[in-house]
Ligand binder design. Structure first.
Ligand code: G3I
Length: 463
């Protein structure tokens, strides 16, 4: 199998850096406690620096804090991905059976969209934070309720979600490698794949993730998740990513095989995402841990991005352990500085097992509406294709890429775009949330298929 690389090139840095340099002044003016590294070529916010390698840097957001201007100023300045901390969970969105409430979830979605952030959905099916009526359910009634819940919620947010944590925390802790007992698990072992198929049907453009904790290193629990993903891929159950929550403290430190564990999942042909990062502690020890986590992600080409579980220490579910990047006043901590420095570090060395079949060859962003390049991951009988869309000298407000597939090839699922067909010349149009691409900037979508993947350079047009 060819493990392909996320394209990285210097041309994508420039516009982000210009914006980031302007923003840097306001960070310093805000009384930052720790100085920036004096790297004239570095981006100056977490989101912009992650974007240099095609990644995102996100945070969990709580709707009730959106009226706090320190909170929104820091969140808006630093992050380019947002996860609703509680507002899209089952108890929030379906408090009474079949009566949906999207008020607080929509507040976050609207804030994200209006500030140009992408959105991770969290979470569609979980043993915890179920509304009372669901906690009391079992068997086929619960299975139907789960399917209805996923369909309604994913449909409501269709077109706005970059990735959904479709199923959260379904495996037991300890050495058993077993599924976690829950009312959902007792509906039948196939509940997870049913959840993923249901989510795909409701929002075909969203990436679908399995998300868990204590899976950050190789252990019985992560091995069990790995086996599930392997099984799903072999049977065509739609899964695009695995989320590693990465809640670390002295009892649960950053594992020494963190990067290797991310890489082995990526080698299954999925993205990996760090979804709820927080690291208890302070000072240089915490800073080093953060930097090591960032470096691990940067070294794995399919590590799509990092989300921290809150903005300031005081916003954390573990506030007293000061696990985040900003103090209670919104000032940057040493951990912030080390995180930013790691993101701005020399381009990571990806050790692909073999060269990509085609690309990455991101064309220069000069002239023309847009261009597109494909990075192909081909195996016997199937493939995934990551397509990078790069704007020319003008910003895009919508785009469409036409990819010509060889005879016999069929697209089976698509993420971050909407496919207009499944064979021959297939037109992929932007999803609702990634229509806008700044001049010289880029965005990525992907698709999976059977047969032989595309080899020709796709065409790209503004729409
Ligand atoms: O909304 C009520 C509020 O009305 C009340 O005054 C207050 C009193 O304590 O409680 C509020 O609800 C709390 C809610 O957070 C909002 O702050 C709940 O009691 C509390 O249980 C809930 O905790 C959340 C926790 O998930 C629940 O499982 C945390 O905020 C949230 O950070 C945490 O997130 C989880 C991820 O979803 C999955 N991975 C682990 C992670 C950390 O536990």
């Amino acid at each position: 199998m060819n493990q392909s690389s996320v394209p990285r090139d210097a041309t994508r840095r420039s516009p982000l850096r210009v914006a980031a340099t302007l923003i840097a002044a306001s960070v310093v003016a805000a009384g930052a406690a720790v100085a920036f590294a004096a790297d004239a070529d570095a981006a100056s916010t977490l989101g912009a620096s992650a974007a240099q390698s095609g990644r995102y840097f996100g945070t969990a957001i709580a709707a009730y804090k959106l009226s706090d201007s320190v909170y929104t100023t820091v969140a808006n300045r630093e992050f380019n991905m947002v996860t609703a901390e509680n507002e899209m969970k089952q108890d929030a969105t379906e408090p009474n059976q079949n009566q949906f409430n999207f008020t607080s979830g929509d507040q976050i979605a609207t804030w994200a969209t209006s500030n140009g952030k992408r959105l991770r959905g969290h979470t569609l099916a979980w043993y915890a934070q179920q509304p009372g009526w669901m906690q009391n359910m079992s068997g086929t009634a619960l299975r139907s309720a789960m399917v209805n819940h996923i369909t309604q919620v994913a449909t409501h947010y269709k077109g706005k979600i970059y990735a959904w944590d479709v199923v959260n925390e379904a495996f037991a802790d300890g050495g058993s490698g077993a599924r976690r007992d829950s009312n959902l698990q007792r509906t039948g072992n196939d509940w997870i794949e049913v959840a993923f198929r249901t989510a795909r049907a409701a929002d075909p453009a969203a990436k679908l993730c399995y998300n868990d904790y204590n899976t950050d290193g190789q252990n019985a629990k992560s091995n069990a998740v790995y086996a599930m993903v392997q099984d799903f891929k072999s049977r065509g159950v739609p899964i695009d990513c695995v989320g590693f929550q990465s809640h670390f403290n002295s009892n649960s430190p950053v594992p020494s095989d963190y990067q290797a564990n991310l890489q082995r999942f990526a080698n299954l042909g999925i993205d990996v995402q760090i979804t709820e990062l927080d690291i208890e502690g302070s000072g240089s020890a915490q800073a080093t841990n953060y930097s090591n986590v960032v470096k691990a992600c940067l070294a794995v080409s399919r590590c799509a991005g990092i989300t921290v579980w809150g903005v300031r220490d005081t916003d954390s579910w573990r506030a007293s352990a000061t696990p985040l990047l900003f103090d209670g006043n919104g000032n940057i901590k040493a951990a912030y500085t080390s995180t930013l420095a790691a993101l701005n570090g020399v381009p990571p060395t990806d050790p692909p097992t073999s060269p990509p079949t085609s690309g990455p060859t991101t064309p220069p962003p000069t002239g023309g509406a847009c261009s597109a390049s494909v990075t192909l991951n081909q195996w016997n009988g199937g493939f995934t294709a990551a397509v990078r869309v790069t704007a020319g000298s003008a910003a895009l407000n919508g785009w469409a890429v036409t990819v010509t597939l060889p005879s016999g090839a069929t697209v089976t699922n698509t993420w971050n775009a909407v496919a207009g067909g499944s064979s021959g010349a297939v037109r992929f149009a932007n999803a609702g949330y990634n229509a806008g691409v700044p001049a010289g900037g880029s965005t990525e979508f992907g698709f999976q298929g059977t047969g032989t993947g595309p080899s020709a350079t796709p065409s790209c047009a503004a729409s």
